[in-house]
Design a protein around this ligand. Structure first.
Ligand SMILES: C[S@@+](CC[C@H](N)C(=O)[O-])C[C@H]1O[C@@H](n2cnc3c(N)ncnc32)[C@H](O)[C@@H]1O
Length: 473
């Protein structure tokens, strides 16, 4: 790999000759392969793996499996994520001890959102947002597969969050950056790098932070991260947040043997840098900040509450007799249906945690929502078609659908959205198909074949099957 000469000069001056030479050498090696397990769907430990010390469910793998052809990958049993990024777990575990409302502002494809969903205290709500339309759909797909109901996926620009002042206890800004830490993994990052782009990036990051800062509650936590090395997008931005927006920069306890690097600018404040020659993973920078308690600037949760009540009143009057009622049978497809707010919109039935009803209404009236809670079913005439989100959900009622375990070949055919023939003993109607007991999705069994309900846009497009398949487990 040929590193851009300006990058070499700047990074050498930032970290010193010796560190830079080691970094440049490390960048010539292959990227380590790592995954993070979804404990709601998988109890095993990957074959030939080593634990990632800063993430309870993270593992380095000794070789790269053929993920696309592993049915458990599509079932959401694990997420393929580079190891350094999993450090977000430490920030969350050390500072979040009770249920929170968290915003992951720049969330696609969903690595840190799925991690947050696994680590946040029970009863928390995560709003995962992505501004780019196509990337927001991938984000929704990954979160649906992860199967947690405490989630809303939105597709908005940070500026669109302006009405949601002082709503979030935690905000993660994993901001778009110049990607120096991804040089080894993504050669495009090398080609696109320039000093001008670094300047565009740090300025854009400050705009994003300025837009979203009023949405953080006083005393709330901001986790700021990038996957780049330069000081402008890292330490300089963190001290700018502390100074200009009003925040305290907080320490995160780390193991000495993790070899994390601290502040490279001579500043006294704590930041966490993952450098590939010192820590097995790609480049990551992370800092945790707490918004000043007395920062009530723009904090208007009370007026937001009042506005919501007014909106509800208006809606109630308008809705009149037009409300579509969710069939009781469908409600029974989710455990503890009384814990959910049930809505039917364009014949799509959604169950959303009732504890967050006000937040949900506020978000629906402000942002573009792609997915929320569990999409349970589509009502079509007299038929209620179970949705893929229900198949993936950890809240699905276990006894509501017969389950048919598929062979490996059947599972791949199912994931390619081909028709599947089930054993003669499998009942007709909606059946949950699984691989190694982990649900893959629904089919409608009509006897001589089963109609495949796997989402068309998520199917495995490749018709080819590699010869030396390597699975994670
Ligand atoms: C570093 S990536 C996020 C990775 C993600 N957090 C994860 O862990 O999978 C940054 C994201 O910011 C998005 N983005 C680009 N421009 C943006 C902007 N102006 N405001 C907010 N997000 C932006 C990108 O599309 C990208 O998905």
């Amino acid at each position: 790999m040929n590193l851009p000469s300006d990058f070499v000069t700047r990074t050498r001056s930032l970290m010193g000759e010796e560190q830079f030479e080691k970094l440049a050498e490390a960048l010539q090696h292959d990227t380590p392969v790592s995954i993070r397990l979804n404990r709601n769907k998988c109890r095993s430990v990957p074959a030939e793996s080593t634990s990632i010390p800063w993430c309870e469910t993270g593992y380095y793998l000794s070789t790269r499996p053929t993920f696309t052809f592993d049915p458990l990958f599509h079932a959401g049993s694990y997420y393929v994520q580079e190891a350094s990024s999993m450090f977000v777990e430490q920030a969350l575990r050390q500072y979040v001890h009770e249920p929170v409302v968290m915003l992951d502002l720049c969330a696609a494809p969903g690595g840190k959102s799925t991690l947050a969903r696994s680590v946040l205290p029970e009863g928390s709500m995560l709003v995962a947002n992505e501004v780019m339309r196509n990337r927001s759909q991938v984000l929704a797909e990954n979160l649906i597969k992860w199967g947690d109901e405490g989630v809303v996926v939105t597709n908005n620009d940070p500026a669109d969050f302006a009405p949601l002042q002082a709503v979030f206890d935690v905000i993660l800004t994993d901001v778009p950056c110049s990607g120096e830490g991804m040089f080894r993994k993504d050669p495009v990052a090398v080609d696109e790098w320039s000093v001008e782009n670094v300047d565009i990036c740090w300025q854009r990051q400050r705009r994003i932070l300025t837009d979203i800062w009023p949405c953080l509650k006083p005393g709330g936590f901001l986790i700021y991260s990038t996957c780049t090395y330069n000081r402008e997008e890292n330490e300089d931005n963190v001290s700018w947040i502390a100074r200009e927006l009003g925040a305290e920069i907080l320490p995160v306890a780390v193991g000495e043997e993790w070899n994390i690097t601290g502040n490279l600018t001579g500043g006294e404040f704590p930041v966490y840098r993952f450098l590939p020659h010192r820590t097995v993973g790609e480049g990551l920078f992370l800092a945790v900040l707490r918004k000043n308690e007395d920062d009530t600037l723009g904090s208007s949760s009370d007026s937001m509450g009042k506005r919501l009540k007014k909106d509800k009143k208006k809606k109630g009057q308008k809705a009149g007799g037009q409300t579509v009622v969710c069939p009781k049978d469908v409600k029974a497809w989710v455990n503890r249906p009384e814990d959910y707010l049930w809505t039917v919109d364009n014949n799509i039935v959604t169950a959303f945690p009732v504890a967050y009803q006000d937040l949900y209404e506020m978000i629906k009236s402000t942002l573009k929502v792609l997915h929320a809670g569990v999409t349970v079913a589509e009502l079509k005439g007299k038929d209620c078609i179970p949705d893929h989100s229900l198949a993936m959900s950890t809240r699905r009622c276990e006894d509501c659908f017969p389950v048919a375990n598929l062979t490996y070949e059947q599972a791949i055919a199912y994931l390619r959205k081909e028709a599947v023939v089930l054993d003669a003993g499998v009942p007709r109607g909606y059946v949950l198909v699984a691989y190694q007991d982990v649900p893959l999705g629904f089919v409608k069994n009509i006897g001589n074949r089963a109609n495949n309900l796997y989402p068309q846009e998520w199917r495995i497009r490749s018709g080819y099957l590699p010869e030396n398949l390597k699975m994670v487990f």
